[in-house]
Structure formats: C-alpha cells, structure tokens
Design a protein around this ligand. Sequence first.
Ligand SMILES: *Cc1c(COP(=O)(O)O)cnc(C)c1O
Length: 366
Amino acid sequence: MKVPYLDLSVNDKNLKKDLLAAVDQVLSHGRVVLGPEITEFENLIAEMCGRKYAVGVSSGTDALYVSLRSLGIGPGDEVITTPMSWIATVNAIVLTGAKPVFVDIRSDLNINPDKIVEAITPRTKAILPVHYTGKICDMEAIGAIANEYGLLVIEDAAQAFAAKNSYGIAGSFGQVACFSMNAMKVLHSYGEAGVVVTDDESIKEKMVSLRYAGTVNREDCVIPSLNFRIHTLQAALLLVELKRIDKIISQRRRIAAHYEGLLRDVAVCPHEDTGSESVYYTYTIQVDHRDELRDFMANSNIETKIHHPILMPYHTAYNGCFSTDIPVAERAVQRILSIPNHENMTDDEVDYVASTILHFYSNKIV
Ligand SMILES: *Cc1c(COP(=O)(O)O)cnc(C)c1O
C-alpha cells in the first residue's frame, strides 16, 4: 500500500462537474476582475465566522500583511507571536517594518498565554496568535491580556477555518482574522487565495484599499500598497468547496479520533479541550525517535511531513536578529511529525499508517 500525504487531484465526478461548472460560469459572464463570486464568497465567509465583513485577498500571506497594515502597524511597533508557524507569519510582520517578538508555545504547539505578559513592552502594539494545526489558541486568556494592556489581536487562522472552542469559532476573536485558502488548506482553492474578516467598517475600507494599490474608488492612491486582489475564478471554486467543508472536516475529525485510539500509547497525540473542535489541518504527533520513524514510514510507502522543521526566528533571513527564550518550541520541533489525514483516505489506509507506527515502536522501549 502507498499512502501519499495529500492528494489534490479531483477524482469525485460530481465535485469535478461542479468545479468545472463554476469555471464555466465565470468565463461566460466575463466579470473576471472582482466578479460577483467574490462578493458571494466574502458574504458567506463573514456569516460563517460571525463577522460583519470579509475581504478576499490573493493569499493567506497577503491577508496577514494587509491586516497588519490596515491596523496601522509599522516601524517602531512590536508584535508578539509564536515561533512555530509557517514563515509567512513573521515575514508579514517584518515587511510592515514592525518587530516580531517570539513567545514560547505550550505542549499543544500553540502560543503560551502565560508567557505573553513578560514579553510586553511600551512598543507592543499587537498579539498575533496562530491557531496551529487547526486548533484554536487559548483566546480567552489572550483576549484578557490584550484588553488589560490595550493591544490589538490579529488571528492567523490560516490553518483553522471553522475550528471551534467553547467561546467561539476561529476568526471571531481578534480585531481581524486571516485565513489562507491555498491548495493545501482544509478549505482550499485550486491555487492561491486568502480572506480577512473583521467587524470594523473603517478597517474593512482600509483593507479594500490596501488590496488594490492603496487606492480609493480604484483610482486615487492614498497609501502605497501592492496588488492583493483575489481571483474571481478562485472565489468561484471556493464557493463549491464551501458546500462540502462540513463533510471534509467531519471526515478529518473521524480519522483523528481513529488515530488517537490506536496511537496514544506510543505518541503524544493532538488533544482537544472540552467543548473544542479542531479541524486537523495537520494531524501532528510528537514522538521520540522522530527521524528514524519518518524513514521507517517512508520505506513503508507512507509520506509524512514536518510542519515546520525550522522555527521562524531561526530561518536564515532572521537567525541572530531576535533574542529568543523558547525551550518548549525548540524541543517540540525535534519531535513533531504530521501523518496523512486527508478526507479521501480509506479506513484501510488509516489502519496501515497506524499499524506501521505501532510496528516501529514495538521494537523500541518508549
Ligand atoms: C498557509 C499559512 C499561511 C500563508 O498562507 P498562504 O495562502 O500560503 O500565503 C500563513 N500562516 C499559516 C499559519 C499558514 O499555515
């Protein structure tokens, strides 16, 4: 048996038919730039996140950048974030001119709110938590700190569309929240796409301006920016994907529960707090002998990933630029392994992945 990490080909005939019909519709009406599918997509996203406004942009990275700029974050400001994310998170902060400040994570790979207060300085402007692996951060604690110190909160919810906890849904917590819909994500386009949600009309207006060269009425540039418009074709494809998102998530959650039942004695499995529902963008286990296990699985034709093997402050572009005190993240990054958990997996494949891992550890003293 061969288990790919992810298979992006569309094999479901009905899904393919719907996607092609969506493309056909855009080609027929011809309003390919900021077409009606974008407004429809934005309205649906805002509604699903319990927000007043959504602004479609060209990627999750751009969503972060446009958000930060719409909040006026720039040179001289500090933004508190996690060391464990895709590098886009910190690139977006740095490219506004602001300085990222890294706060260590908890064992669930999300930022540790107990460490945030000691990282606050007079320059701190915002907290940018990342709902890593599709699990919502401790937003109650983060919100309380933000209120007390007068800080903005920007959610990087790129991995967590439709994830819930007992207080709300991903994207409903910060002044703004950012999603990525790139082809890998749980809600995904067939290319690049992103969206930002907010309840604040003036922030929404700024984002609309920032996504198109900083213009007002698409004419007069009032603030320098680049082109971050979402493609109408991607929005049209996303409208099709939105119809099956509940099914995708419940399938991923079913696989996750299955894995946990089989693997909890040999691996630290993702943990769900009471009342919360992760969407399992990745099913990331934490294990001893990680690299050896990964080789063993590769030899058994199972593709795995390490999300992400380099902590953000230690990428070449940033190494040595920022002081860090992140021992939990430094240990976790040596132990994380993302195993296949996409919605098209068969039960046999899930069992094969789990039994391969169990087989590996049966020869080890854990
Ligand atoms: C995917 C991702 C991004 C960037 O999204 P793109 O659409 O790929 O630009 C940002 N942050 C996190 C946590 C992500 O997983």
